[in-house]
Design a protein around this ligand. Structure first.
Ligand code: AMP
Length: 128
């Protein structure tokens, strides 16, 4: 696997504090902030603090502590946003787009957490 991390991507700049963001959660391993173009009433992006391009890159090369920390942060954000079904929320969807077919715009791993309304089926089949 060959990944080259571009440290000029917009989420790297957010992590360095060079551009503002609407933070909802932060810890040692992760930062979560509201998507600038929300697709649902709850639309938060959770990013690891390390330089990972995609989920597979992260899963293959991050430390166990980073993987555990990031995974737990996603769960904490779901609870913070009130969408966690186990504690009375109405549910959510996590999405992590990767590469060209995944239509990944920002080359720093991020997990979208979407909720706050019925989200419909997972994918609409577009004309091929
Ligand atoms: P994608 O890479 O396709 O999974 O999506 C990238 C997401 O980042 C999009 O939903 C954008 O609206 C969002 N985004 C881009 N720039 C910013 C920013 N400065 N602050 C918050 N969200 C952003």
């Amino acid at each position: 696997m060959t990944y080259v991390y571009d440290d000029q991507n917009i989420f790297a700049k957010i992590l360095r504090g060079e551009i503002p963001n609407d933070t909802v959660y932060e810890d040692e391993h992760a930062l979560a902030f509201r998507d600038i173009q929300p697709q649902a009433p709850v639309h938060v992006l959770v990013i690891p603090k390390g330089p990972y391009v995609t989920y597979d890159h992260f899963a293959d090369t991050a430390t166990d502590a980073e993987i555990i920390g990031y995974t737990r942060a996603i769960g904490k954000v779901c609870a913070l946003m009130g969408v966690e079904p186990g504690t009375g929320g109405q549910g959510f969807r996590t999405i992590s787009n990767a590469g060209e077919d995944g239509v990944q715009e920002v080359p720093h791993l991020h997990t979208h957490i979407l909720g706050g309304r019925p989200l419909g089926r997972m994918l609409e089949r577009a004309a091929d």
